[in-house]
Design a protein. Structure first.
Length: 115
């Protein structure tokens, strides 16, 4: 089993920055994907950014050039640096670990961007 612990959410003004962290514990397999999703109020959960253990990276169009996902494989930790935040970035951000049939979610961390 894999357990994810997220941190770094909070309240920030538009234009500000936040950094989210997600540490994975347990039976971590190599060649995994670690991802960040978010769910805004009244909307479906959406993929924000993903990064494989091999370094392949993808971003949602809405966050390109503003958000950066990175990993420390030695610490089994993934980060999401969020710059130039907008009110529409408000939501609960979830860390996700994926390997083969394993799909694990964190409890989420709330990000609120005020205008």
């Amino acid at each position: 089993q894999v357990h994810l612990v997220e941190s770094g959410g909070g309240v920030v003004q538009a234009g500000g920055s936040l950094r989210l962290s997600c540490a994975a514990f347990g039976s971590i397999r190599s060649n995994n994907d670690m991802n960040w999703y978010r769910q805004a109020p009244g909307k479906q959960r959406e993929l924000v950014a993903s990064k494989s253990s091999r370094g392949n990276t993808n971003y949602a169009d809405s966050v390109k050039e503003r958000f950066t996902i990175s990993r420390d494989n030695a610490k089994n930790t993934v980060y999401l640096q969020m710059n130039s935040l907008k009110p529409e970035d408000t939501g609960v951000y979830y860390c996700n670990y994926r390997y083969s049939y394993m799909n694990t979610w964190g409890k989420g961390t709330l990000v609120t961007v005020s205008s």
